[in-house]
Design a protein around this ligand. Structure first.
Ligand SMILES: Cc1cc2nc3c(=O)[nH]c(=O)nc-3n(C[C@H](O)[C@H](O)[C@H](O)COP(=O)(O)OP(=O)(O)OC[C@H]3O[C@@H](n4cnc5c(N)ncnc54)[C@H](O)[C@@H]3O)c2cc1C
Length: 277
C-alpha cells in the first residue's frame, strides 16, 4: 500500500483517517483499506438465502426455510434455478449496506449503477478531504511495462498538492474577510447553523477539486443489482481502480453468503463470464 498522501491534514481528513482505523478494528473481516486512502466496509446486510427461497415460494407453497442449515438439495437447486432463469425479484429481497471511501473518479463509475441508493460526503457543507488518489506501481504499469514515470508521478503529486493548497488558502482568506465584515457590521453575524457567506465560498471552490480527491459514500443495494455490479466491474475490461473495490466487495460478500456466492459464480460462469470463479 502506498503511504497516505495528503498535502496537509484538515480536521475532516484526520477524522476520516481515524474512522477507517476504528472500523477496521471493529469489523476486521468486513472492512479493508484500499490504495493510499481508500476503504471498503460491508457494514450490514439484511436477509439471506432463506429470505430468497421464502420470497419465491409465496407463489407456490408455504414450505418455509428458517436458515441455511435447514437447506435441502431441493432448496439449493431452487436457488440456482431461479437465478439462472432470471427469476430476479426474489433476489431483490436481500440488502447490503456498504461504506466506500474512494476517489471521485471511481465513485463516478460506481454511481452509474442506478439500481441502489447512494449518500455522499458533501463538499458544500464540509471542506474537501485533503487526501487524493496516488497510483501504486501496478496502476502505473500495463503487463509489467511502466507507462508513467516517477518524474511524471512527481509532477502529478505537485499539481494535486497545489490544487488542494489553492482551496485551503483561498477558503482561509474568504473566512477571514467574512469575519472582518461581520465585525464591521457590514453583514449579519450568524451564530450556529449554516453561514451563507462561507457556504458560497465552498460551493465555488469545490469546482477546483480534482476527481482524484477522496470522497465518502454509503451504498445500499439489493443482491440482484450487486450481482450485476460484480459481473460488470470485476471483468478485466473494467478500470483497474474500481476492480480493486469490486474484488474486495466480492470477497466480503462470499465470506458472508457462501451458498449465494457459489450460486452466483455458477450462473455467471454459465452466462459466459470469463472472470466468474
Ligand atoms: C467496462 C465498462 C465501460 C463503460 N463505459 C461507459 C462509457 O463509456 N460511457 C458510459 O456512459 N457508461 C459506461 N459504462 C457504464 C455502463 O454503461 C452502465 O451504465 C453501468 O455499468 C451500470 O450498469 P447497469 O445499467 O446494468 O446498472 P444499473 O443502472 O444498476 O441497472 C441495473 C439493471 O436495471 C435495468 N435498468 C436500469 N435502468 C434502466 C433503464 N433506464 N431502462 C431500462 N432498463 C434499465 C437494466 O437491466 C440494468 O442492467 C461502462 C461500464 C463498464 C463496466
Amino acid at each position: 500500500m502506498t503511504d497516505f498522501i495528503a498535502p496537509f491534514e484538515t480536521a475532516a481528513t484526520a477524522e476520516l483517517r481515524q474512522e477507517i482505523e476504528t472500523r477496521c478494528g471493529l469489523n476486521p473481516d468486513f472492512a479493508l483499506r484500499i490504495g493510499n486512502f481508500g476503504f471498503l466496509e460491508l457494514e450490514s446486510s439484511w436477509g439471506d438465502e432463506a429470505t430468497i427461497i421464502n420470497t419465491a415460494r409465496v407463489s407456490t407453497t408455504n414450505h418455509r426455510v428458517e436458515a441455511l442449515d435447514d437447506f435441502s438439495d431441493r432448496d439449493r437447486h431452487l436457488l440456482y434455478f431461479l437465478l439462472s432463469k432470471n427469476h430476479g425479484t426474489p433476489f431483490e429481497s436481500v440488502y447490503f449496506r456498504w461504506r466506500i471511501i474512494a476517489p471521485i473518479f471511481i465513485l463516478r463509475q460506481w454511481m452509474r449503477h442506478r439500481v441502489g441508493s447512494f449518500n455522499e460526503f458533501s463538499q458544500r457543507y464540509r471542506e474537501p478531504i485533503t487526501a487524493y488518489y496516488v497510483p501504486d506501481e501496478a496502476a502505473c504499469s500495463v503487463d509489467g511495462v511502466r507507462i508513467i514515470s516517477d518524474e511524471q508521478l512527481d509532477r502529478y503529486n505537485d499539481l494535486m498538492d497545489s490544487l488542494h493548497r489553492f482551496y485551503q488558502d483561498t477558503y482561509g482568506e474568504i473566512k477571514e474577510k467574512v469575519t472582518q465584515l461581520e465585525e464591521a457590521g457590514d453583514i449579519p453575524k450568524i451564530e450556529g447553523g449554516r453561514n451563507p457567506y462561507r457556504a458560497r465560498a465552498r460551493e465555488l471552490l469545490r469546482n477546483a477539486m480534482p476527481v482524484s480527491t477522496y470522497s465518502d459514500v454509503y451504498w445500499t443495494v439489493n443482491f440482484r443489482s450487486l450481482m450485476n455490479f460484480f459481473d460488470l466491474r470485476r471483468k478485466s475490461n473494467a478500470q483497474y481502480e474500481i476492480r480493486l473495490y469490486a474484488d474486495a466487495a466480492y470477497q466480503m460478500f462470499h465470506k458472508r453468503f457462501p451458498l449465494l456466492g457459489e450460486t452466483m459464480d455458477r450462473v455467471l460462469a454459465e452466462k459466459g463470464n470469463a472472470d466468474g470463479e
